[in-house]
Design a protein around this ligand. Sequence first.
Ligand code: OGA
Ligand code: NI
Length: 272
Amino acid sequence: MENRPNVNVAAIGPEEVPVIDLSGDIDERIVEEVGNACKEWGFFQVINHGVPLHLLEAMKETSKEFFDQPMDEKKAAKRDEVNPYAREMEKLAFKLMEIICLSLGLPGGRLKGYFEEQTSFLRINHYPPCPFSDLTLGCGRHKDFDFLTVLAQDDVGGLEVKRNGKWVPVKPDPTALIINVGDICQVWSNERYKSAEHRAVVNGEKERYSIALFLVPSHHVMVKPLEELVSEEDPPKYLPYNWGKFYATRNRSDYKKQNVDNIQIHDFRVPN
Ligand code: OGA
Ligand code: NI
């Protein structure tokens, strides 16, 4: 019941996911704004992000063509349908990783080495219009288990972020990109930044597309709070876990019964 789309939704008001202008070189303002957004929300939108808008448009067109195919052909393509334009979103994801490192007082390239054989992937979401939009969710509440997600969406809207117990709708802007930090960032930063819960509601009349790039490290990486960010007063809040193993276990359990809990970073949390 508390998971129904119309329960506990914040009224549209002053509380809005921050919008950050990324134009120009990385400077103090950008680092500070990204740091604050990560700390306060775990979510933000970026404008003037450098990903050419015609590429975003083309990606959305390709997604639409893909979903308009008969089921047999969709199944044949499945997850291999990776859009070569996705490179630009990946470039942006690495730029944001650099900014996040700087905002944590680390060298910009601190995390780069963990991504040498990165296994980042793209997911295309299609939410058909749903006559029972007040009873149904397009994508149930969850946290992303990656380091960082870059999401492109159309002008329909539906994404909501949990903040102080309320669901805050993210204003749809097809020219902006939505960024959120995931569980790996929460662990590396020893919870300075937290991965926010979010979900997508469906629209009664319009279909909606979104494309998400999930930035994840190389399989062999052991994820644990970074040494520079722990101290005697602030000891590591997580035990190390192997990223590849975590991911494989998580993928297997995705297909299990709904009431079986997925493996989560919480399983590695050190009790307070
Ligand atoms: C996701 C996700 C939200 C959306 O794919 O992990 O949160 O708006 N998608 O499609
Ligand atoms: Ni998500």
